[in-house]
Design a protein around this ligand. Structure first.
Ligand SMILES: Cc1cc2nc3c(=O)[nH]c(=O)nc-3n(C[C@H](O)[C@H](O)[C@H](O)COP(=O)(O)O)c2cc1C
Length: 187
């Protein structure tokens, strides 16, 4: 049984130097987490290993975002996104997540890795508005329509998803350097 907390409208803030790392198998079951993951999500390592990654799924997240995540990962591509996660205590924390597949020597995907960092307020503000609209569309008309809305939104801004995300979340300065080190250590 997956534990589902009562959702609170309270944010967990954490240092932008604290990267949250997890790895999953190709079904999205967690096989590795770092200490920051436990500390921020409030789940112990024992509670996380072996369970589906949707353990931290927040009900404010549109399905369409995870559809895009999985579509890209299983096609062998990296993808980044802004995600609102749900901690065990019911509070939420916003992250910028870089997700990537890892391959064996035959070119088959073996594991999926995620590196997350705290999302700055301006990123949260833009994303929150977009996701709220997408979620409302999903509830009324289904995921296809919310994907179409996202496409329309991107077209209006003359960008594809990757360009939009890159523009929105590009890490800078010390954070970019620290993140690169982390990816080397845990990648
Ligand atoms: C490496 C990796 C990391 C993920 N990280 C998160 C995460 O931090 N939060 C989240 O809600 N979903 C994350 N997901 C997506 C989940 O697997 C899942 O698709 C999502 O929570 C939606 O749940 P659902 O498919 O049951 O609707 C991750 C998936 C992978 C492969």
């Amino acid at each position: 049984m997956i534990y589902r907390p009562i959702v609170l409208d309270e944010e967990i803030k954490f240092s932008k130097k604290k990267f949250i790392v997890s790895k999953t198998d190709i079904k999205g079951r967690i096989i590795f987490i770092n200490k920051n993951f436990s500390e921020i999500s409030k789940y112990s390592e024992e509670e996380l290993i072996g369970v589906a990654h949707n353990v931290v799924r927040h009900p404010d997240m549109p399905k369409a975002i995870f559809y895009l995540v999985w579509q890209n990962l299983l096609a062998g591509n990296k993808i980044s996104g802004v995600i609102k996660n749900l901690a065990k205590d019911g509070r939420y924390y916003w992250v910028i997540a870089d997700l990537e597949p890892k391959f064996n020597s035959k070119g088959e995907i073996t594991t999926l890795t995620a590196f997350r960092r705290a999302a700055p307020q301006d990123v949260i503000d833009t994303t929150e508005e977009l996701y709220a609209t997408m979620l409302a569309i999903e509830k009324k008309h289904g995921m296809e329509k919310s994907l179409a809305y996202l496409e329309g939104f991107l077209e209006e801004n003359e960008m594809n998803y990757n360009e939009f995300i890159e523009e929105l979340i590009k890490p800078k300065g010390i954070i970019a350097a620290l993140l690169a080190t982390f990816k080397r250590m845990f990648g």
